[in-house]
Design a protein around this ligand. Structure first.
Ligand code: ZN
Length: 272
């Protein structure tokens, strides 16, 4: 059973309803332990103001969403690398436990996933060096393989940890149940990750049927993911971070009053 103080609000969950100030106030009002902002909300009001708002709130920052997209311009351009350095700076300024990386998919017009993955590894290596200098942890989020073309060509925990093995200290995985629940190796790979490389834990549910690949995630309890089972796996390795609720839901939760969404999250978390 999860109480509200063990939850973090990923701001995408209420992205159609609340700005950053409203998210912070909402987390405090509902007794959430933390928040995980998306960068666009930070850019909306500026980094200085965002950092003060978040730090003054006392909320834990379970992660900053997101860096990555190394393949966006077909090569590791200065613009791509600069944006990732800025993301590291932002993560440091708001005191985020980690900077979440959605690494990017195939380059435009490309069919070469191997070279996309190579580009991602090089981009991560460069960004990691800067992150280490700034005491920011990097969390690679493996995305479900249905996103390999357009969002992330890192798709499993095994692949993530292979990358981490090669890249060294300061980098680990963001385990999002939506992306990894189906993986027959999940338990073994979570064990392999260990406490040190389990940087974040994201929860929502997989609806059957799913009507949209990106924006039809379910509220916990409405789908088929054994959330408490996966939580037991990460906590079994010593993960003691917050449970970050990240629900993209154009058809349902983005249309509701955000305070109602927060209340339902708290209710459903009791069975997670
Ligand atoms: Zn996630």
């Amino acid at each position: 059973m999860l109480s509200a103080d063990r939850l973090s609000l990923n701001t995408a969950t209420v992205k159609e309803q609340w700005n950053l100030e409203q998210c912070v106030e909402g987390c405090l009002r509902h007794g959430f332990g933390g928040i995980a902002p998306w960068r666009n909300l930070i850019h909306d009001i500026g980094l200085k103001k965002s950092a003060k708002l978040i730090r003054d709130s006392g909320l834990e920052v379970s992660g900053l969403c997101r860096g990555g997209w190394f393949t966006a311009e077909g090569s590791l351009t200065p613009a791509v690398l600069d944006d990732n350095r800025r993301a590291v700076d932002e993560a440091a300024a708001i005191g985020a436990k980690c900077l979440v990386m959605v690494v990017g998919g195939l380059a435009d017009q490309s069919k070469d996933i191997a070279s996309a993955r190579q580009m991602v590894e090089e981009g991560l290596a460069i960004t990691l060096e800067y992150a280490r200098e700034n005491q920011v942890s990097i969390a690679i989020e493996p995305l479900h393989p249905m996103y390999a073309a357009d969002r992330a060509c890192v798709n499993t925990m095994r692949q993530t940890l292979d990358l981490c093995d090669r890249l060294g200290e300061g980098i680990g995985a963001a385990v999002d149940v939506y992306h990894v629940w189906w993986d027959p190796e999940l338990q073994d790979q979570i064990k392999r990750a260990g406490k040190n490389r389990l940087k974040a834990f994201h929860i929502c549910d997989w609806l059957v049927p799913t009507q949209d690949m990106l924006t039809d995630r379910g509220m916990m309890g409405d789908g088929v993911i054994d959330i408490s089972g996966i939580r037991a796996m990460v906590e079994g390795e010593g993960f003691d971070g917050l449970n970050e609720v990240e629900i993209f839901s154009a058809l349902n939760w983005w249309k509701r009053d955000a305070d109602e969404v927060m209340q339902v999250i708290i209710e459903r978390a009791k069975n997670c």
